[in-house]
Design a protein around this ligand. Structure first.
Ligand code: FMN
Length: 366
């Protein structure tokens, strides 16, 4: 099957992408003391030079004392940190690429390191890290307002440094998703309640603040998932009506595109339709959407953490869904982590040169 559909240009919110291939955000923990190094800049520039249409950075922390749970994950605030990020975007632009930082707050997902702790208590909507696990105090009104402002300020920095757009990490059981999920959000104020629409208020307020900070024309993407690292079977929206109640307020608040995280892109979201999450997000909101999850590989990414290797897999099903218009963009994680030339090889039909994904790639920054 021809891969031509992947290499058609796409424009949204004035951002002209040369093709549909997006590098998925992947934490690399290779930025000592939160400052991206020259090696980090070179790592992204290698992908930019090899026909990746849009790069989304690894998650990078907003200015709250415990927005990150590892000292080697890059921050997106502070003079040295932003100077590092400036080198990254300059290197990516010099290689002909486009890039967004993924703005991140880990919330209640605590550090696994015993020799290190963040500068303050972990933020969370209700002091709950997963259903039934209470570990601390809920965020106060002041904490919530400060977290919203931290996202807005990071987005303003992204624009100032020359990044082409920005992505908010609202997925995978981290802070924004902890507000979405009734398993971790027991608040009864503006930011909680029995409906997904109420629990979407935190994200909506962040989007409004980000929009005010970056202006009306700057593209803002939000990444979402039904699944959580705390519970792969969790579903914020069990029906299309719930999904609309979740996504429409985010679109109204300023989201220009939805990045819909699944572990396997081909899995249908609801019974009775073969549309996946990105397909439903686009259908319900009319906004562009990005799919992701095991594109071009046989195995999925959680198993990769356990050491599972993956082999190159056919793109036929993905291309058929893209050609049908289910979604607009396709994010690729491990295949691009393993091989900076993945997109170029796919474009040119060099399938014999596509690489297996090996866990060892996660320890390097090539
Ligand atoms: C090493 C690694 C780090 C990741 N870090 C992030 C992250 O910082 N933010 C995020 O939203 N997703 C993160 N993910 C998930 C990926 O963006 C992607 O959704 C997932 O790997 C599935 O895509 P794939 O099957 O093409 O690898 C990470 C995945 C991997 C393998």
């Amino acid at each position: 099957m021809s891969v031509a559909a992947l290499y058609q240009p796409f424009e949204f919110k004035g951002l002209k992408l040369p093709n549909r291939v997006v590098m998925a955000p992947m934490t690399r923990s290779a930025s000592p003391d939160g400052v991206p190094t020259d090696e980090v800049a070179a790592y992204y520039a290698r992908r930019a030079a090899a026909d990746v249409g849009l790069i989304i950075s690894e998650g990078t922390g907003v200015a709250r004392p415990a927005s990150l749970n590892d000292p080697n994950i890059p921050r997106f605030h502070g003079e040295a940190e932003l100077a590092g990020w400036k080198k990254v975007i300059d290197a990516v632009h010099a290689a002909g690429g486009l890039m967004a930082p993924q703005l991140w707050h880990v919330g209640a997902v605590r550090s696994r390191r015993e020799d290190w702790a963040p500068a303050g208590p972990y933020d969370s909507p209700s002091g709950i890290s997963s259903p039934g696990h209470r570990f601390g105090e809920p965020m106060s009104d002041v904490d919530v307002a400060d977290a919203i402002a931290a996202f807005a300020s990071a987005a303003a920095s992204a624009r100032r440094l020359g990044y082409d757009c920005v992505e908010l990490h609202g997925a995978h059981g981290y802070l924004i998703d902890q507000f979405f999920w009734d398993g971790t959000n027991e608040r009864d104020d503006l930011f909680g309640g029995p409906t997904i629409g109420q629990r979407a208020n935190f994200a909506a307020e962040i989007l409004k603040a980000v929009r005010a900070a970056v202006g009306p024309d700057y593209p803002v993407i939000i990444r979402l998932s039904q699944w959580k690292q705390q519970d792969f079977a969790a579903r914020l929206a069990p029906t299309p009506a719930d999904m609309e109640a979740w996504l429409q307020p985010l679109a109204d608040a300023g989201a220009d595109a939805f990045h819909c995280s699944q572990r396997r892109f081909w899995e249908p979201e609801f019974e009775g339709s073969d549309l996946n999450f990105a397909g439903w997000a686009k259908k319900l909101t009319g906004k562009p959407s990005i799919t992701v999850g095991s594109v071009g590989l046989t195995g999925e990414f959680i198993a990769a953490y356990g050491g599972e290797a993956s082999k190159p897999a056919s793109l036929d099903r993905l291309i058929a869904m893209l050609e049908r218009g289910d979604f607009d963009l396709v994010a690729v994680g491990r295949a691009l982590l393993q091989d900076p030339l993945w997109s170029e090889k796919v474009r040119d039909g060099r399938t014999a040169e596509l690489m297996d994904f090996e866990r060892s790639a996660m320890a390097t920054l090539y």
